[in-house]
Design a protein around this ligand. Structure first.
Ligand SMILES: N[C@@H](CCC(=O)N[C@@H](CS)C(=O)NCC(=O)O)C(=O)O
Length: 199
């Protein structure tokens, strides 16, 4: 299988953590994104131009990251990271969606900072920042209930926090969020999480 990704992409990181947890990394051939023109996208195979995407051995293409993660979870032999249908699945997928959206807001702020002078929107950037802060506050409220086990929800929260550190470290999300800080330290003890930190 061929995985198109960059080590800096938080969405691809979810996929890499999933692959590591299932012992599948050696079955994934890395394809580098084409970053020569950000306005044409990074990945010609995906009509949306985004990474990650996974090409199966039969040529089928799978995207985006959540679909790739669930595919790997379905073929992997490790403990399942996606709960079966039922209340726990909806809880874990909803947690995934919050953290994934926070990563997307963080990425959009990064993209905005790369736009030509005068093309960005300060008020929209403030809206994105507000969403990130709300997610962090909600995570702080929930953190004591997350537990230390990996699932697609907790993996994505860890990836969102790692990406926030990487791109927006000066905003210091740990300030005033002791429960989330403690929980994140425990998550870093998983080698799949610590080995895939961006940077
Ligand atoms: N929803 C997508 C988001 C992927 C995404 O935004 N990837 C970024 C890199 S982190 C990208 O490829 N951006 C290039 C572009 O949008 O042109 C997923 O979960 O895979």
């Amino acid at each position: 299988m061929k995985l198109c990704y960059s080590a800096l992409s938080p969405f691809a990181r979810k996929v890499r953590v999933t692959a590591i947890e299932h012992g599948l990394m050696d079955q994934l051939e890395k394809v580098d994104p084409d970053t020569s023109d950000m306005f044409k996208g990074f990945n010609r195979a995906n009509p949306l131009g985004k990474i990650p995407s996974l090409e199966l051995d039969n040529g089928d293409l799978i995207y985006d990251s959540i679909v790739i993660c669930e595919y790997l979870d379905s073929i992997g032999k490790g403990p399942k990271l996606f709960p079966p249908a039922g209340p726990e699945r909806w809880r874990v997928l909803t947690l995934h969606t919050m953290a994934d959206g926070m990563m997307d807001n963080t990425l959009q702020r990064r993209v905005n900072s790369l736009l030509p002078e005068g093309e960005g929107s300060p008020s929209w950037m403030e809206r994105l920042r507000f969403g990130i802060e709300n997610c962090l506050d909600e995570m702080e409220r929930q953190a004591d209930g997350y537990g230390e086990a990996l699932n697609i929800g907790t993996i994505t929260v860890a990836c969102a926090l790692g990406y926030h550190d990487f791109r927006l470290g000066y905003e210091q999300w740990r300030n005033g969020r002791p429960a989330l800080t403690r929980w994140y330290e425990k998550m870093l003890k998983h080698t799949s999480i610590s080995e895939t930190l961006p940077g």
